[in-house]
Design a protein around this ligand. Structure first.
Ligand SMILES: Nc1ncnc2c1ncn2[C@@H]1O[C@H](COP(=O)(O)OP(=O)(O)OP(=O)(O)O)[C@@H](O)[C@H]1O
Length: 273
């Protein structure tokens, strides 16, 4: 999957490399990521796979600048991640249900506006055009005035992407963007993400290995907080996948001392916690 030029590239920013250098992240006794080093280039389409509790979400939250590592550094173009250079494409559940798709997408840029204008813009927009463009890019030009509670799960996810795109970020992170979608909507959502991005770096955590191998250029396999492999999809072997998921299954949970299972998985944690 490779980015294609879109209206997004009209206003090019310099695209920078996202680098993890010896990153370890702990939550109390739990080591969520261990000495992870990575260099991700602009334009790459990267899928992060691994068992439940492997550290995928932690990696994305570190990349978003929402968490700081205990050791090591996460940098974009050599500097600490701040502001809107990186965006996390939320899952659909974080949309405001009673508001229209357009209003939700307009709220994606309130951080760049004054307090009062930021409050008013999603309700009485002065410049709805950028939001309308993003909605058209994700295939929802005819759904802009529909309250999001009336949209399908896949459409809601696309509204969430359109909202994230309002930041014009150079790195787009998506945490399980296909969760709760049926198989055809899953593919559609990944295709839409690819189509609306150009030379932005896309990093996506995915449970569905098959989808990751089919649609992404680079696959990061994580288990027990460690980066087990970092390779092109065609070189990922069944043995590597078996070892990846077996590693997660046999890793004792720090809290219980038992092998970790799907049911030990923490509830999804919002990126800003
Ligand atoms: N806010 C937190 N507080 C305490 N522990 C946390 C927190 N966030 C993550 N962890 C722990 O860090 C480890 C990695 O969690 P993370 O959510 O990154 O895994 P994941 O691979 O995204 O899992 P899943 O696929 O189930 O979403 C887990 O053991 C988890 O319990």
């Amino acid at each position: 999957m490779t980015g294609t030029p879109t209206a997004q590239s009209k206003d090019p920013q310099p695209r920078r490399r996202l680098v993890f250098d010896g990153v370890t992240k702990r939550f109390g006794e739990e080591v969520a990521l261990r000495e992870v080093s990575l260099s991700l280039e602009a334009g790459e389409r990267v899928a992060v796979i691994g068992p439940s509790g492997a550290g995928k979400t932690t990696l994305l939250r570190l990349a978003a600048g929402a968490l700081r590592p205990e050791t090591g550094t996460v940098t974009l173009g050599g500097t600490t991640i701040t502001g809107s250079a990186v965006t996390l494409a939320y899952q659909g559940e974080t949309l405001v249900d009673r508001r229209t798709a357009l209003s939700n997408v307009l709220s994606g840029r309130v951080g760049a506006l004054s307090w009062l204008r930021g409050f008013l813009e999603p309700i009485v927009p002065r410049t709805p055009e950028p939001a309308l463009e993003r909605l058209a890019a994700v295939g929802l030009a005819d759904r802009t005035d529909v309250p999001v509670h009336s949209l399908s799960a896949g459409e809601r996810q696309r509204v969430a992407f359109a909202r994230a795109l309002m930041q014009d970020a150079e790195v787009v992170l998506a945490d399980e963007p296909t969760a709760n979608l049926d198989p055809s909507s899953r593919r559609n959502v990944i295709d839409v993400l690819d189509a609306v991005l150009d030379d932005e770096l896309l990093v996506t955590a995915l449970h569905e290995v098959e989808l990751a191998l089919e649609h992404f250029d680079r696959i990061l396999g994580i288990a027990d907080g460690r980066l087990r492999f970092d390779t092109a999809p065609e070189t990922v072997s069944d043995d590597q996948l078996d070892a990846l998921f077996a590693a997660g299954a046999s890793t004792p949970d720090a809290a219980t001392g038992r092998p970790r299972t799907e049911t030990d998985s923490p509830s999804p944690v919002p990126w800003y916690v």
